[in-house]
Design a protein around this ligand. Sequence first.
Ligand SMILES: *Cc1c(COP(=O)(O)O)cnc(C)c1O
Ligand code: SF4
Length: 361
Amino acid sequence: MEQWKADLRNSVTRGENITQDFAGDREEIEEVRAVYPMRIPRYYYNLIREKGDPIWMQSVPSLAELQDTDSPEDPLHEDEDSPVTRLTHRYPDRVLLLITDRCPMYCRFCTRKRMVGRTSDITERTVTAGIEYIRAHTEIRDVLLSGGDPLMVGDEKLESIISRLRAIPHVEIIRIGTRFPCVLPSRITDDLCNMLKKYHPIFLNTHFNHPREITPQSREACERLVNAGIPVGCQTVLLKGVNDDPEIMKELMHKLVMMRVRPYYLYQTDLTRGTNHFRTRVEAGLQMIQALRGHTSGFAVPQFVIDAPGGGGKIPLMPEYVVAFDEKEILLRNFEGRLYRYPQPAEEYVRDVREIEVINF
Ligand SMILES: *Cc1c(COP(=O)(O)O)cnc(C)c1O
Ligand code: SF4
């Protein structure tokens, strides 16, 4: 058996284990995991220092999950916007294809909590139907493989999916979204990287939420991917009590770029049922960006987004850098809060302003 599969099998899946090591509440954990499954890879579990710390909060079930009964199960309308099972076609030129509903770890704040580790409607048949849909829609140039975690699929089966996608002439980019480098880095083997690099351009987005998740092992996993020529990005979720502190966020971003992982998105927590206790106010996200932009390398600053409830897609948010804007000039605020004016060119030099979509501030 491959090492990562043995590691996965050795995960913490029962409340007893946790109560033995920490003074956790076994009944609480058991009650919650009967509804929302638990799995914590031993590697990630070993990063917990004490009950309630940022590693614990992301991985150990909490009664708060069951107390949130009013939030929608699928706030992003992923299922509604699905022309075939587990394929979401929301944007004109790219699709999201879920190839498994299993994950190495069941993150307590997961936006797909309705399905991960619970449903089993993803089969070879649905994946093949998804690939056929992509083949039939020539406007699709970017395919995002997700789940669950797509690297739960073994190398051979994964290669069969990726090679079929790569054979479609209009598919330019294949992307993988995976939390493995963070929660079970042994999955990122040379064999996996050597397989993936045959199908370039492959992009990969991973998911780290706290600087303590960056260890020699996770670093090696990310560097192995980057060394295979795969651009690695990071999608971070803003989580109350985990990373909603500008200093922690900055440290995380710095540690990411040190292992050549480029921060991509910082997500406002979705409205997903069972995750309400992780939501921050939107201002907290804006504050993170304000603390980063200008104060650190531009490429260490992610884009803060809200994935709009109802399926509107990701909408970027920025702190107020534009103070005023008219035909003559724009008044700007810089990262230190100072004001600067940038004059517009004289009317006669403008190509044809009517061609440019007018943005009203
Ligand atoms: C996030 C997402 C994508 C990819 O969006 P990018 O902004 O290109 O990263 C595509 N489809 C769906 C349904 C998504 O949620
Ligand atoms: S790995 Fe991703 S899909 Fe799986 S539970 Fe965590 S956040 Fe959700």
